[in-house]
Ligand binder design. Structure first.
Ligand SMILES: [Zn+2]
Ligand SMILES: [Zn+2]
Length: 278
């Protein structure tokens, strides 16, 4: 399967595939603008061509944009809700221009309202977005979360309820191992991974699973705390993470690591884990 990291776009959007190539990766994730800023950037024709030609010539097989952290499709606040849907549409447009496969979004926070309200709200947003970008070449992926506070998406069942029956744009799931573990999905042993895959099959369907965020977790099982850790240095550990990437049902699914980047060697060390597990 294609493997890579979340890469910085410092120096321009085409620096993301450049950084992937330096590590020898064939998958890539990036923010298409500052994730803490409402202003989406306009990509120039030159930048777009540069990005596309690097992705092609470097043999990068899977590309994903991670949406802005400000977007909250479950917000009870009407202004924030509309701004969120509007920014996600702009990110989809950028994704289409850059030929990326996926745009990943967290389902959002209800800010204290109940889960049913949140699910209805996100479905309303996705219906609006899919009408606006009907037939988009980019598949929108809902990412599972650690389930902290009022965040939706700690359970895969919630993601399934959000997506059910929506069409017009392609939808799928991005499964983050750190978030899942923190939300209570045990992954640390071989048997746990078999049960997890059965859970995914039963709760959302394996065909919906399009991308894996492979991260270890600093926080314990079921803690609802989202703290990414280097592979093998966290509470999940190498047995479970190795079993997950070797699982026959998941073999074709692209892997992105969002592990800490403390030193230059960190990405190389994390990359050696899936490479030696395959
Ligand atoms: Zn995420
Ligand atoms: Zn993630």
């Amino acid at each position: 399967m294609p493997i890579g990291f979340h890469q910085s776009i410092a120096g321009g959007i085409s620096m993301a595939p450049e950084r992937a190539r330096e590590l020898g990766c064939d998958a890539l994730q990036f923010f298409c603008h500052s994730p803490r800023n409402w202003n989406s950037i306009k990509i120039s024709e030159g930048e777009k061509e540069d990005f596309l030609s690097r992705v092609r010539s470097y043999g990068i097989r899977s590309t994903a944009i991670h949406s802005s952290y400000l977007i909250n499709l479950a917000s009870p606040d009407e202004i924030l809700f509309k701004k969120s849907a509007g920014l996600l549409i702009k990110e989809l447009e950028i994704g289409e221009e850059l030929g990326v496969d996926f745009l990943i979004v967290h389902p959002g926070s209800t800010r204290g309202r109940d889960v049913d309200f949140g699910i209805k709200r996100v479905r309303e947003a996705l219906t609006f977005i899919s009408r606006s970008r009907c037939g988009s070449t980019v598949t929108l992926l809902l990412e599972n979360t650690a389930g902290s506070g009022h965040a939706l998406g700690g359970s895969l069942v919630e993601l399934k309820k959000i997506m059910d029956g929506l069409d017009c744009i392609r939808l799928g799931i991005c499964f983050d191992t750190c978030h899942a573990f923190a939300a209570g999905y045990e992954i640390s042993g071989h048997g746990d991974v078999d049960r997890l895959v059965d859970n995914i099959r039963g709760e959302v369907g394996l065909e919906s699973l399009r991308l894996i965020h492979l991260n270890d977790s600093m926080a314990p099982l079921g803690s609802n705390v989202d703290r990414h850790q280097h592979l093998g240095s966290g509470r999940i550990g190498l047995e479970g993470l190795g079993a997950l990437i070797r699982h026959p049902a998941l073999r074709e699914i692209p892997i992105i690591m969002e592990t800490p980047k403390g030193s230059e060697k960190d990405d190389q060390r994390n990359l050696s884990v899936p490479e030696s597990s395959l």
